[in-house]
Design a protein around this ligand. Sequence first.
Ligand SMILES: NC(=O)c1ccc[n+]([C@@H]2O[C@H](COP(=O)([O-])OP(=O)(O)OC[C@H]3O[C@@H](n4cnc5c(N)ncnc54)[C@H](O)[C@@H]3O)[C@@H](O)[C@H]2O)c1
Length: 171
Amino acid sequence: MRIAMIGTGYVGLVSGACFSDFGHDVVCVDKDARKIELLHQNVMPIYEPGLAELVASNVKAGRLSFTTDLAEGVKGADAVFIAVGTPSRRGDGHADLSYVFAAAEEIVAAVDGPTVIVTKSTVPVGTGDEVERIVARIAPDKGITVVSNPEFLREGAAISDFKRPDRVVVG
Ligand SMILES: NC(=O)c1ccc[n+]([C@@H]2O[C@H](COP(=O)([O-])OP(=O)(O)OC[C@H]3O[C@@H](n4cnc5c(N)ncnc54)[C@H](O)[C@@H]3O)[C@@H](O)[C@H]2O)c1
């Protein structure tokens, strides 16, 4: 499968590296040019045991790459994962979904054919409906499906949590 990971933070980088290690072709996209530049030099922006080796071997095998160019990254993707941050909003503590919706808008505008948009970020119930409304508004005829697959990895044990999860939730 060809996978695009939008947001190359803790979840996006670990998930992207693990998916590529399973044999998929993965492009990890991030708006942070410095982060992408470091990853091109195999410098990890986070500390996670085993991650640098996992990234290096899959980059070498040609299954894992990094870019700041979302439109290029999602080209031909079978699945596009949203793994951007959802920080707690100051005041009421609710998740700030603005990054998720902004990423969804960019993805929907950029994909060039049928694809599945997968929300991996931690989001409240109803977010998938909102992403579907974005699809209906921007590109109802591209054949886009919206799916939820929340991530439960723990920092420090992220690779084994991702590769051998004790649960997988898909909706
Ligand atoms: N870190 C964890 O342990 C963990 C575990 C499970 C779930 N989660 C959830 O996963 C989500 C991501 O968390 P994280 O810790 O990886 O966040 P993070 O802040 O480490 O990474 C998010 C990345 O998304 C990038 N980004 C934002 N908007 C973008 C866009 N439009 N296009 C491309 N890149 C964009 C940012 O530059 C950043 O690098 C959150 O919802 C979080 O709650 C985190």
